[in-house]
Write a protein that binds this ligand. Structure first.
Ligand code: ZN
Length: 285
């Protein structure tokens, strides 16, 4: 099933070409929703109800602009250097622990937003985003996927000067300007994928392909990330994990390339869809 955020209300979306959607709160007589974030409080009951929901008479999805499928995560985890080729281009050896930082929740937005570029070198990082559906503390690999509500597409947009200045990198700050965490267009539950552990992932900037890989190339796959993160922090329902980016970032291209005003960033993951992000110039002070 696919769950989206339409103007702050949870909607169930049909995955077919003639996609239709229904308002969760209306269709469930108020049992679930309308706040998309509240679905994660009782995700198992919600998915059980949603499996029997009738989408045929819903509204057409075409031309709708959705918000972030997880609008207010309590914790946002982000993983660096999780693909070998990206670790190599970034100049780091693969680590014995997933390199972990946060994107502060104020940076999280939905699809089809216009991000105002701050001063500096703004770069792209397409990532698979994992959404937690059940509290996970000290989980093992075998049960890890049972704690996942679903997957969505994310961009870990990064301003490289802020990120890399100083004697120790400022990953969390450099990746948390307003709008730097586009997500969406919807959450797709993991049962929808033929192979949830190996999905094509790519992004293009104004029509030129910049990144193309498969999530099966991750050094730490989704179960391993849940094992390692939950060994320290309890992962809470409605938390999200940006799982790392493949090679092809602008900072390591020759010549370097960064996002310019009017660029269009299109991010794709197999079985989820397309996330479009636009940009505008720095507003004058
Ligand atoms: Zn990243």
């Amino acid at each position: 099933m696919r769950v989206a955020n339409l103007a702050g209300r949870a909607v169930l979306v049909d995955g077919t070409a003639d996609a239709r959607m229904i308002d969760v709160a209306e269709a469930s007589d108020g049992r679930f929703g309308p706040d998309p974030q509240s679905l994660f409080d009782d995700w198992a009951a919600f998915t059980q109800w949603a499996a029997s929901a009738e989408l045929r008479d819903g509204t057409l999805v075409a031309e709708q602009v959705f918000g972030a499928p997880v609008p207010r995560p309590r914790q946002v985890f982000a993983i660096g250097l999780n693909y070998a080729e990206h670790a190599a281009e970034a100049g780091y050896p693969p680590d014995s622990m997933p390199v972990t930082f946060t994107k502060f929740p104020s940076s999280i937005v939905g699809p089809d937003v216009v991000v105002e570029l701050p001063e500096g070198h703004v770069d792209w990082e397409v990532e698979l985003v994992v959404v937690i559906g059940k509290k996970a503390h000290k989980v093992d690999r075998e049960s890890a996927w049972d704690h996942v509500a679903g997957l969505t597409i994310g961009q870990d947009i990064s301003e490289r000067i802020t990120q890399l200045q100083g004697s120790a990198p400022q990953f969390s700050l450099g990746k948390s300007f307003p709008g730097f965490g586009p997500t969406g267009p919807w959450l797709v539950t993991s049962d929808e994928f033929t192979d949830r552990d190996d999905l094509a992932i790519s992004c293009s900037l104004s029509g030129e392909e910049m990144q193309s890989s498969r999530t099966g190339m991750m050094l730490y796959d989704v179960p391993e990330l849940l094992v390692r993160l939950s060994a320290v922090c309890p992962l809470l329902p409605g938390d999200i994990i940006f799982s790392g980016t493949p090679s092809g970032i602008g900072n390591r291209r020759t010549p370097q390339r960064f996002i310019a005003p009017d660029d269009v960033l299109v991010s794709e993951i197999e079985g989820i869809g397309t996330l479009v992000t636009r940009f505008s110039a720095t507003a004058s002070q």
